[in-house]
Design a protein around this ligand. Structure first.
Ligand code: ADP
Ligand code: MG
Length: 323
């Protein structure tokens, strides 16, 4: 059991940012409307994610540390119509097996919460605690007793920038949810609840950028593409400014990426990238999200159609604009 968890951790948990992603996605699955992420030393010393979601009851806090104890799939058929972000029941046991974890959780129908202290996957302590409804998971000393894994971690600033990237992507996809990211007490991300996409983009990527973005919204037989796209003459010459999502999941997909660049082909100077925040909604049966354990990759049944659908949607808006 422990060994399985550590092996799974090797697949799913690459670095502090992977922990942040899994914990925040769990918070979203739990229906949280406020999520606070605190990190120290690029996340290697501490990652703490606090949410106001549904919380877990007394038995569930123990259960969630068991491998494949997901509460999110009732049957095999559910796998094909995934609405929640998690579904493997692997993340928590994996993270717990390679860190010192303190898990606190309280559901709405309980007066008190439960606190578990776990070290390398072993539960050291379990007791009732006072807390607000929701869940708080603290992960300290990631990869302790695993010098080989620790060696792969980069400088604190690099690990922190990966964390910032994860939080930015998730926050773009969930403009109704409040996100805060603090590093050693310093606020790096602070966006309010119930924002629309434009103000969310403004809050995350900067005012100068968001002001000039154009709205894309196109529906067809393939599904729907919507979001905001920026002018060709952008000062940000990085791919980092292209954020694409498929059915609410952040992805880096060749097909989608290519479609975006294709739409800008004649408009962009060489080596320049536009600012794009794009959501592709597509019949779950038409897309396989299970290509890679970290779920960054997807595979479309009809790649060419999806590609052209996206490129056309953006081209239409760019063509209508006055550039
Ligand atoms: P998965 O997300 O794939 O179900 P995880 O290992 O990430 O697997 O989580 C295991 C289970 O623990 C979840 O299915 C959920 O029931 C519970 N859980 C984890 N995090 C939270 C949270 N922040 N709030 C409420 N329940 C949670
Ligand atoms: Mg999960």
């Amino acid at each position: 059991e422990h060994l399985c968890n550590k092996i799974a951790a090797g697949e799913v948990i690459e670095r502090p940012a992977s922990v942040v992603k899994e914990l925040v996605e769990n918070s979203l699955d739990a229906g949280a409307s406020e999520i606070t992420i605190e990190v120290e030393k690029g996340g290697r010393r501490l990652i703490r994610v606090i949410d106001d979601g549904c919380g877990m009851g007394r038995e569930d806090v123990f259960l969630c540390l068991e491998r494949h104890a997901t509460s999110k799939i009732a049957s095999d058929a559910d796998l094909f119509s995934l609405r929640t972000l998690g579904f493997r029941g692997e993340a928590l046991p994996s993270i717990a097996s390679v860190s010192r974890m303190t898990l606190r959780s309280r559901p709405a129908d309980s007066e008190a919460g439960m606190e578990l202290v776990i070290e390398g996957g072993d539960i050291r302590r379990a007791e009732a605690c006072g807390m607000a409804v929701g869940t708080s998971i603290e992960v300290r000393d990631l990869f302790f007793r695993m010098p080989a894994r620790r060696k792969f971690l980069r400088r604190d600033e690099t690990e922190l920038s990966h964390i910032g990237d994860v939080v930015t992507k998730i926050a773009l996809a969930h403009p109704a949810v409040q996100f805060r990211l603090l590093h050693q007490g310093r606020k790096l991300v602070d966006v309010r609840r119930n924002e629309d996409l434009r103000s969310r983009v403004t809050g995350l990527l900067g005012r100068s950028l968001a002001g000039e973005l154009l709205a894309v919204d196109c529906s067809g037989a393939e599904g729907r593409v919507h979001g905001l796209v920026g002018p060709p003459q952008t000062s940000r010459a990085t791919t980092g400014a292209i954020y694409t999502f498929v059915n609410g999941r952040t992805i880096r997909d060749r097909v989608v990426q290519h479609a975006v660049m294709e739409a800008y082909r004649t408009l962009l100077p060489k080596g320049r990238y536009p600012v794009v925040v794009l959501f592709v909604e597509i019949d779950p049966a038409e897309v396989d999200v299970n290509v890679h354990p970290t779920k960054h990759e997807v595979r479309f049944r009809h790649q060419a159609q999806v590609h052209d659908f996206i490129a056309d949607a953006i081209r239409k808006v760019l063509g209508d604009s006055s550039w």
